[in-house]
Design a protein around this ligand. Sequence first.
Ligand code: SIN
Length: 298
Amino acid sequence: MEAHLDIQPLTGSLGAEIRGVDLARPLADAVLRDLRRAIIEHLVVFFPGQELSPQQQKNFTALFGEICQLPYIRPLDEHPEIIAVLKSPEERGISTFGGTWHSDFTFLERPPSISVLYALEVPPFGGDTLWANMYDAYETLSVGMRGTLDGLCAMHSGHVYGAARPPTHLKTSTSMDISRNNTEADAERAHPVVRLHPESGRRALFINPVYTTRFEEMTEEESAPLLHFLYGRATSPEFTCRFSWTPGAVAVWDNRCTLHLAINDYDGKRRLLHRTTVQGERPRSVAGRASELNATCR
Ligand code: SIN
């Protein structure tokens, strides 16, 4: 059966808007198949004008796999699978949740595959979110650089929730109940720098400025110049898309091949979204090795 989804790509790199589907209702198999295909093709898809109860958001998210309960962030009391991404009007001059380029919780052994973000309250302007295409970031590198990166692992840690590093100069949001100073969050975990996507079969860079600390067996100082170069490549304007939220809009993205960043330009306004997150698999290197095979990912 044809699903007849209306899919409009937003840029030449990633992102598409999808109309003609009500995410609050059970989806026909053909629709779900086409949605999955659209996420593989466009990496992040947007559904304006939805109306989802927390349970309906969970039902929709579970279509993509097991919903994970995230460490360190206090979820909704009634729905431990949902976190409220909130900045309130009185919070000025603070850093916001998701305000630096990242892929969700890459320090976990099985980092999230899909995330679903549903907008409840948004500022009249500002508060957009950016996504970046990590396939393009990889594929536009030279053959020599790709070959070098294919064999590398990088270390990831949840140090922003940890105790080892000095706090940043910016105050962080108090609207969200985030637990910090957790010593286990400082532990590093190795994942391949170039990740083989299990569904598309494509290679994507799998590093990010929030959770990646260094290349394996290199110091942070040694790693920083190359990481910095790669982040610059990954977030080149031509590899990004930008979404302006309206109440009821839903974004669904694939963390295995994208980065994202919430733009913090709406001091004095309230912004509230609900996020659900799907547990992913252990990242596989291009040699087909999963990062759990050894303590390190070699
Ligand atoms: C996130 O990083 O999940 C939040 C993104 C946003 O608030 O736009």
